[in-house]
Design a protein around this ligand. Structure first.
Ligand SMILES: NC(=O)c1ccc[n+]([C@@H]2O[C@H](COP(=O)([O-])OP(=O)(O)OC[C@H]3O[C@@H](n4cnc5c(N)ncnc54)[C@H](O)[C@@H]3O)[C@@H](O)[C@H]2O)c1
Length: 333
């Protein structure tokens, strides 16, 4: 039998199956597939020859178990992750970490006491063009970022045809554009610029058939470091495009996901300098994330979002909802 450590994948739905496949692709671990729907387990056994378990609590006691990935819908993330960390296993948790701040103290205590890795799967950190742009901005060549914008959208019915049948249709299950998509880009901007201090939000259901949750979000914010940030996103537009722009004291940086490139233009330059990457499979950033998480388990520095980052992202979501509800600008708690 292989001596590779075992990673338990809890929830093998859409993203859990991707984690299963991409952790296997690292060649650094075996996987144990867990789901409470028997047909899903049968599919994981058939497609990947993966061993399976119907109950995650029982599976945590599997000899040789090293780490677990929590890929169930968001309301169960904190309770499951707390038990994983209490069992002394490393833990990677899907976004959003939670819908409320309930249970965060116990989760944080379990993390601190166990000394194991705990990361949040904000996978945009592992897009090559994003990471390259961030590394350049961090050199400080362009000075402080004063203003940043995110413009993003995709045809969700094409990319996630089951959206009406899954958690997405219900905010209480983690659904809607704020908890599903905005949280990725909100966390991303905080990864670049530090935490948001205040924000205001406009959002609503504009187009997606068969659901009533918001599919369109506009947020303006100011970070503690003083940058003004604007997000504009929807989940119905035809083009699958995301553009980030950072305007700093001495120039600008742009990232275009859909062209797989990032560019810089210093004040006084006549043209952008671009770095373009070859087209990548959809699994590529998830394989990079799996490697990074396994590195994090070995106490190496990585770009995986921390537990504290995940808790901050929940606070940001809650402030976004409060602003939407009250029509006011809100201070992030
Ligand atoms: N990072 C990304 O790009 C990305 C993409 C999609 C979803 N997500 C996040 O991942 C999470 C799951 O989303 P999804 O789209 O895979 O949902 P999904 O509904 O397709 O899959 C969830 C799976 O969890 C299983 N499950 C639920 N409770 C369980 C339990 N107690 N024990 C074992 N299995 C259980 C379900 O049977 C289902 O198969 C959500 O938090 C979502 O926001 C992240």
């Amino acid at each position: 039998m292989s001596s590779l450590p075992t990673v338990l994948i809890i929830g093998c739905g859409s993203i859990g199956e991707r984690h299963l496949r991409t952790f296997l692709a690292t060649g650094r671990c075996r996987v144990l597939a867990c789901d409470n729907r028997p047909p899903i387990l049968a599919a994981m056994a058939e497609r990947y020859a993966a061993p399976t378990a119907a109950d995650w609590r029982t599976a945590l006691a599997t000899p040789g178990l090293y780490a677990a990935v929590v890929a169930t819908p968001a309301p169960s993330h904190v309770a499951i992750a707390t038990e994983i960390l209490r069992a002394g296993k490393h833990c990677l948790i899907e976004k959003p970490l939670a819908l409320t701040l309930d249970g965060m103290e116990a989760l944080t205590a379990a993390h601190t006491a166990g000394g194991r890795a705990a990361g949040i799967a904000y996978v945009h950190h592992f897009l090559t063009e994003v990471a390259a742009a961030r590394a350049f901005l961090q050199t400080g060549t362009l000075g402080r970022v004063l203003h940043a914008s995110v413009v993003s959208g995709q045809d969700f019915p094409f990319f996630r045809p089951a959206y009406r049948e899954i958690y997405y249709r219900d905010r209480a299950q983690g659904g809607g554009a704020i908890q599903d998509a905005f949280t990725h880009l909100a966390n991303l901007m905080e990864w670049f610029l530090g935490p948001v201090a205040t924000l205001s939000c406009e959002a609503g259901h504009q187009a997606l058939a068969g659901v009533e949750v918001e599919d369109t979000v506009a947020v303006t914010a100011r970070t503690h470091a003083g940058a003004i940030v604007v997000w504009s996103l929807n989940q119905f537009q035809a083009p699958n495009e995301t553009t980030l722009q950072f305007n700093a004291e001495h120039g600008s940086v742009t990232v275009e996901y859909h062209r797989r490139r990032w560019g810089r233009l210093a004040r006084g330059d006549q043209a952008w300098t671009w770095e373009t990457f070859p087209p990548a499979e959809r699994d590529a950033p998830f394989i990079a994330q799996a490697h990074a998480f396994l590195d994090q388990c070995e106490v190496k520095p990585t770009g995986v979002a921390s537990l504290a980052d995940g808790i901050q992202a929940v606070r940001l979501n809650l402030a976004t909802f409060e602003s939407l509800r009250t029509g006011r600008r809100v201070t992030v708690a």
